[in-house]
Design a binder for this molecule. Structure first.
Ligand code: 48F
Length: 260
């Protein structure tokens, strides 16, 4: 077989274009492919929604890869272990009612199960802004290649429209901060402009409960999930226990499905 460089180029370009064509107008757009974003994408796609997830880095998985201090092990509580089992992730029952899992197995299987459910994942793409309707409802993301961002090139972005948007960017709560800075004062009951946007120091007991409670619509059309939700409301961080992240991803999927 003759290897034709141009054929290879065409295959890559055409397949990407076909895939990306499905991402212009979607039901749900998610920024950030950490554990909360991946679980949200999986359950929304499983419910038949057209879901796209953008990840800034080449690698999917966010803070789950490193476990705790680079020991590739994560810990979850009993009430969230089924979300790992649902994705085929093995757990070991530990003392104190905790369960441990291999971080690499957890990331790869969560990612695989989101893809198998039908979610479209794009890496090396940074969400740099939101689309806003004239009534100030978030209804899409403004995106660019992360490599353009990193190189500081003056290249205009492109936009995608979504009925619902999720900020799952973790500790920096990047999308919520953009909306807080650019989109105030907003109408309606939610006042993102008053929120703290800085997480508090470590207390797993408070942080784990808070991350689920704080998972909600924080601005019309925009939902906060995962560690982002705790940053928005100034709640505690929790370190390498991941049950709250998984439950938050599941909760944001349920909230969006209810509001469809
Ligand atoms: O940080 P991350 O894993 O968020 P999470 O789902 O989970 C938090 C835990 O990993 C951990 C913790 C557990 O107890 O506290 O930190 O809340 O994943 C966030 C992902 O979002 C990407 C980032 O590269 C990471 O993979 N990201 C951040 N900003 C953007 C982005 C952006 N503007 N556009 C696209 N991706």
């Amino acid at each position: 077989m003759v290897i034709d460089d141009i054929e290879i180029t065409k295959i890559i370009f055409n397949r990407f274009s076909k895939n990306f064509n499905r991402a212009f107008e979607v039901d749900v757009a998610i920024a950030g492919a950490g554990p909360s974003g991946l679980i949200a994408a999986k359950y929304l796609a499983k419910a038949g929604k057209n879901v796209v997830l953008f990840e800034r880095k080449l690698s999917i998985g966010g803070g789950m890869w490193g476990g705790g201090m680079s020991f590739p092990v994560i810990v979850v509580q009993k009430d969230s272990k089924n979300l790992l089992h649902d994705a085929g992730i093995n757990t070991i029952e530990e003392d104190g009612g905790y369960y441990s899992a291999d971080a690499i197995e957890a990331v790869t299987k969560l990612c695989g199960s989101a893809i198998d459910a039908g979610a479209k994942l794009f890496n090396n793409i940074t969400v740099e802004d939101v689309l806003l309707t004239k009534d100030k409802v978030v209804n899409g993301f403004v995106i660019n290649w992360s490599s353009v961002d990193l190189a500081g090139l003056h290249v205009d972005p492109l936009s995608i429209r979504a009925k619902f948007c999720v900020d799952a960017t973790g500790h920096p709560a990047e999308i919520c901060k953009i909306v807080q800075r650019k989109c105030k004062p907003e109408k309606g009951p939610l006042r993102l402009s008053n929120f703290e946007m800085v997480e508090k120091s470590m207390c797993a007991e408070i942080g784990e409960k808070a991350v689920v409670d704080n998972t909600k619509e924080v601005y019309p059309g925009l939902y906060a999930a995962g560690m982002c939700a705790n940053a928005v409301f100034g709640s505690q961080r929790m370190g390498p226990i991941f049950g709250g992240m998984l439950l938050s991803g599941k909760k944001v999927a349920e909230l969006i499905l209810k509001n469809f």
